[in-house]
Design a protein around this ligand. Structure first.
Ligand code: ATP
Ligand code: MG
Length: 580
């Protein structure tokens, strides 16, 4: 399939930007120092994410530009200019300081996508303290695990959310203060609790952002828990160089854009690309508090004239389920560029985007640990549907074998990245050994299996834990799921290896059907034949089982380890991030 560049070609910009060196494909380095020079840096000589996202714009005519358009779940609207946003964050920084929060302390956020969530994030960063965003659908155990592990000092939450989990308080000696945001409901603070309004009341809207070192911790993000117990990846302020650069060249953000990232800040996409990339680029960002509905989402794009849209495969599959007609009812003509991350993007979804909204989804790859996008289909590139794209300049990914040696193009292996990029995580909190075990022969091993083609495009095969060994073939679940998804009846598919005395493992597929399709023996046979036609007998699923939906993480990733555990009657392990 042919795709024309939609906007000013990002890669060509690399070639013409004298500061960025020449980009000639996968291995050409740009100097991060030069990208860094496009940022201001803290006047004290350090680097602070909040300074780059907020303070520095106040010296320019972006001061009065809208930074955040917020739409609440009941349709309320608020907008904040960079100046207003900065002042709110300053009040929070002063308020937190008055609560005794110091540089390096952890301030966790267990709150909906309300403006206070964003003010807290930046107030905390301004103070040199560390934010820990949590997804607000977590239950008490999930929150407790993370607060305990990180020894968080302050938790910012709402009365309703706190009510749900407050039994954990006694188990958290490090937690000094719980701040209750009473935007939606009243509260009477108990001991150790304070109201948000009281924290910021009387606080100055001036605050001198702390001169953090680029290597000081900034954000702690727990991973999605798709493959096991979530790990606390710790990031540093230096990461803003990566957020800024990828915001400019992968998200292709321009001054006039209205950008919408649909991810929740509880996941790394919601911070790196819901906050840091757009605001370090001085771009207006839409924050939508409400949940998913195809109609509401299309409506938001039309209403706010969103130009750049960053979402996830699970959302795209839900939009596909709602049908093309749902998209056609709205004026989506403001959109110029759409991207996806978080899971493999099935080729069918790329093609569907082109049909339904007139734009293909550009897939890109990264993970909590990498902090920023590593591999991408750029705006200027020909998309290869099903591929994650090519490396960001200055990033050196490779496919390596068990010894950490690079394999030839086309061969499958472990996806690895040469350490040293600015947004790389610096450790797993309290799990130094696990961190150390991620390195092999000078490479950071990502835990994903992939291959690279002759042109330097990377193709995802599966997570190392999910790859299936059947009769001597290694099969990636993604390939099988993508083939099934091409069948008109299939809404979602999850594929696992089921132990087998003869073949070692056989491929088993779980399939959820689109509305209007009924499960039947006939359809099962038809799907199997369909898959055999596409993949051949060795790779096509031997067994197909219908399910109403796939078990997913709250960030929308199919949890194949649960499909497998359930199939085999084994313990389910950590399910704290499982969707209800
Ligand atoms: P855990 O590490 O706790 O099991 P997780 O790996 O899902 O959870 P994240 O860091 O949120 O946690 O997700 C990153 C992973 O998501 C990647 O390592 C990869 O497996 C998958 N992923 C992200 N983007 C893509 C993509 N474009 N194509 C394929 N897989 C992707
Ligand atoms: Mg992971």
């Amino acid at each position: 399939m042919e795709y024309k560049p939609i906007t000013k070609p990002a890669i060509e910009q690399f070639a013409v930007e004298p500061n960025l060196g020449e980009y000639d494909g996968a291995r050409q380095s740009i100097t991060w120092e030069q990208i860094r020079s496009e940022l201001d840096g803290h006047p004290g000589g350090g680097l602070n994410i909040a300074y780059e996202c907020l303070d520095r714009h106040l010296k320019t005519n972006r001061r009065d530009k809208v930074a955040m358009i917020w739409e609440g779940k009941d349709g309320e609207q608020e907008t904040y200019t960079f100046e207003q946003f900065t002042k709110e964050a300053n009040r929070v920084a002063n308020g937190l300081r008055a609560l005794g929060v110091e540089k390096g302390d952890r301030v966790f956020m267990f709150i909906d996508r309300v403006p206070e969530c964003y003010f807290t994030a930046f107030g905390t960063l301004k103070l040199g303290a560390v934010i820990g965003p949590l997804f607000c659908a977590f239950g008490p155990d999930a929150v407790k695990d993370r607060l305990e592990d990180s020894a968080a000092k302050v938790l910012v939450t709402s009365p309703a959310l706190w009510e749900k989990i407050k039994e954990i308080r006694g188990d958290l000696p490090a937690l000094k203060t719980v701040v209750l945001v009473t935007r939606r409901e009243e509260a009477k603070p108990a001991a150790g609790e304070v109201l948000w309004d009281d924290v910021i009341a009387g606080q100055s809207d001036e605050f001198e952002t702390v001169n953090t070192d680029p290597e000081d911790y900034s954000v702690m993000h727990y991973t999605s828990g798709t493959t096991g117990k979530p790990k606390g990846a710790a990031h540093v302020h230096n990461a803003i160089i990566g957020h800024y650069a990828t915001g400019k060249y992968v998200l292709d953000l321009h001054e006039e854009d209205i950008y919408w990232c649909t991810a929740d800040p509880g996941w790394v996409t919601g911070t790196s690309y819901g906050m840091f990339a757009p605001w370090s680029n001085g771009v207006t960002s839409l924050i939508h508090e409400g949940g998913f509905s195809a109609n509401a989402w299309y409506g938001l794009i039309a209403k706010y004239k969103v130009t750049v849209w960053y979402t996830a495969p699970t959302a795209i599959r839900m939009l596909m389920k709602a049908g093309e007609a749902a998209a056609k009812k709205h004026d989506l003509s403001s959109l110029r560029y759409t991207m996806s991350v978080g899971e493999p993007l099935n080729p069918e979804a790329v093609v569907w985007g082109e049909r339904a909204i007139g734009l293909p989804f550009h897939d890109n790859w990264w993970q909590t640990e990498t902090g920023a996008i590593m591999i991408a289909n750029y705006a200027s590139m020909e998309i290869r549907p099903g591929s994650m794209g090519r490396p960001f300049p200055g990033i050196e990914p490779a496919i390596v074998d068990d010894e950490g040696n690079e394999v030839a193009p086309g061969e499958e292996g472990d996806l690895a990245v040469r350490p040293g990029w600015p947004s790389m995580f610096r450790t797993y909190w309290n799990r130094e050994e696990l961190y150390d075990s991620c390195f092999r022969n000078g490479w950071y091993i990502t835990g994903d299996r992939a291959r690279m083609d002759e042109d330097g495009y990377f193709w995802f095969i599966g997570r190392a834990d999910d790859v299936i060994n059947t009769a001597g073939h290694l099969v990636g679940p993604f390939e099988v799921e993508s083939a099934l998804l091409e069948h008109e009846a299939v809404a979602e598919a999850g594929v696992i290896g089921k132990p087998d005395p003869v073949a070692m493992e056989v491929v088993k597929a779980f399939v959820a059907l689109k509305d209007g399709y009924e499960e039947s023996e006939e359809l099962r046979r038809e799907l199997r034949q369909f898959a055999i036609g596409k993949l051949g007998k060795a790779v096509a699923p031997r067994e197909i089982e219908f399910l109403p939906g796939m078990p997913k993480t709250r960030s929308g990733k199919i949890m194949r380890r649960l499909l497998k555990a359930r199939e085999l009657g084994l313990p389910e392990g950590d399910t704290s991030t499982l969707e209800d």
